[in-house]
Design a protein around this ligand. Sequence first.
Ligand code: MCN
Length: 791
Amino acid sequence: MAVSKLFGAKIKRREDPRLITGRATYTDDLQISGLAYAEIVRSPHAHARIKRIDVEAARRQPGVVAVFTGKDLQGVINPIPTAWLIPNADLKTPPHPALAVDTVRYVGDGVAVVVAEDRYTARDAAAQVRVDYEALPAVVDQRQAMAAGAPLLHADVPNNLAFKWALGNGEATAAAFKEAARDGVVIAQRFINQRLIPNAMETRSVVARYNSGSGDLTVWYTTQNPHIARFLMSVVTGLPEHKIRIVAPEVGGGFGSKIPFYADEAIVVFCARKTGRPVKWTEDRRENYLTTIHGRDHITDLEVAARRDGTITALRGKTWANLGAYLSTAGPGIPTILHGLMLTGCYTIPNLDYVVYGVFTNTTPVDAYRGAGRPEATYLIERIVDLVAAKLKLDPADVRRKNFIPPDKFPYTSAEGLAYDSGNYGPALDKALAAVDYRRLREEQKRGPRNGRHLGIGLSTYVEICGLGPSSVVGSTGFQGGLWESAVVRLHPTAKATVFTGTSPHGQGEETTFAQVVADELGLPIDDIEVVHGDTAAVPMGWGTYGSRTTVVGGAAIVLAARRVREKATKIAAHLLEAAEKDIVFDQGRFSVRGSPDKAKTIQEVTLQAYLAWNLPPGIEPALEASAFYDPTNFTFPFGSHVAVVEVDAETGQVALKRYVAVDDCGRVINPLIVDGQVHGGLVQGIAQALYEAAAYGPNGQLITATMADYAVPKAHMFPTFETGRTETPSPHNPLGVKGVGETGTIASTPAVVNAVVDALQSYGITHLDMPLTPERIWNAIHERREVKAR
Ligand code: MCN
């Protein structure tokens, strides 16, 4: 690999000045002449039959342009599809109409839309739409939804069971459990991965403009994947794909929640076509909580079998995954492919028997939220490893080391059948433990609580799957798309470069890191490189930003395109220097002749000549630009070790997070500053699941935590200064040697913190507590145990 100048440099994010000084344009900032505003009328019931909708009063309001109901959309807007048709799971895909016609299935389900001259009129008029509902019984818990006699959401889906997906080898696993029961340990535990609400700074927003003369549709909106959105927009609206342009202007974070194709964008497009006006719709925060996808929501019964020395021999379990009322775009793939396939984590656990039930309930649809499936899997395995250690009275670090996949076993095929690319788990754990001075902490812990505060130390040694494709593998899991990427690197006559990528960063910083990579490859100053993304009319086809794939897959396409540009420039330089191509040496933007370093041309000189085309070598076309497509040969598997140190106050149940150390390995690091930032953000989200956040529904399907005042979004003062470190194990599967890092913090941190809190409470005989670990929950647990002891 070439020695590079900017690869590895701590460059500040070039996109930040405009983002933090209010000079960026988000979808809701767009003003177009003739713009009208949409407000969607949403169901206040979790489950109800629509008997009648009366839109006349709304229609009569001054300033109202049009009002439409589900019946108007019928036959024009196709049902909203899911894109992950997992095989061998008897997946049911009941239709999801963009606006409900007969039945509403969750609070927030759309029933009508009002278009008006301004958003205030639209909202007031929406309140005038009279919907006559017949309320039906609702069900919000996935296990209750599967029980006999539960309210049925979709007539053709018995027991609300969307799918049943099984994995592993039942017989071998049963034998391993038998052996452990005889001569080892078997531990069973129920785990709940509570439902979370993604909190992007910007809520979702759509502006649609349809030109009935040309038939062109332009949609600006908050998407993480403009090309997938165009593909699905074409499927849903029936408009030809080449007449649709999707633009993601500045997108204020997504965390997975802006991957799906929502009913709302189809509704807004319908309104724009019907009214002949450009139409804008922007959800408010409450609407965002009700209708933008939620994450997690798994109930799992898990058992582990282990030998007395701590060797884990098998896992067996069942997960009930709440999918909400409809299948969201990637919904079925999250609890199966991205969760089930990572269950054995970074350990050589040979036997596995696992079933996942995907269940419809009268709740907001569930889809990818940062980590998507992997935080749930990591929570299960990292908690159960701690349970094994506690039961056998072994140090949790030792149990982990005993079961780690040894470094000489890579590429390693897991019990789930995945081929882990590269890994060396021991050094990351050593580094994290050294950073907190683990031995000293354990000694301190032995001295008992200080002023009623119990010290707890929690570990999480994780591995995760990211960098999605390869397309053929993802396709074999039922994903209805490819996951390759493409790029164009174009040098202009003045040797300024534009890099076009099909990925769509929305806060991750690739405008900086991709420019770093190209600067190195072409020897250009970074300020001469612009990275363009997020507009299907400007950039080549790509599959977007999620699954920590942008750098691994999109970055690889860019580096390949940049190298093609350099190859062509080398040919032109050789011709201009009257030397053989093989004698040209390229170093930091300068082509020189081997042995005669003064005979040289700069990349700027060569580029200009490429465009003037006065003296090109035979057979070489003018200009300097190249494209590349890249489909990875494998996923990447970043890993690391996190340690949380907490103090739990037995009198109040309060948890104080004293220290948090994250040692991550994401292969070669392009920009350590950005990687740290990604880890920090991820940690906040993961720790918040452990300690604070939970989406709560009442039994009738009302979202109780429907505002930011009720849902515990964490604040900066709740966290210590994070201590980050790294080891570096390159991925052999991409030309940059990188692994993704966008989700590692979220994936690793939840179990680290829960393990720390449970560790602090061991003297009370507490072996497990469900999240979020609120003071009330901890206080109650301590007092229940004290009362039991006192009796
Ligand atoms: N990077 C690097 N060296 C590496 C790996 C990554 O320098 N070895 C850099 C990348 O070039 C990029 C950043 O780290 O600038 C994250 O890259 P990557 O791991 O490729 O992840 P993605 O860009 O694909 O981002 C997706 C990931 C996901 S899945 C969620 S969810 C998420 C996240 O990133 N949502 C985010 N981080 C987010 N950050 C912000 N600000 N907003 C979101 O919505």
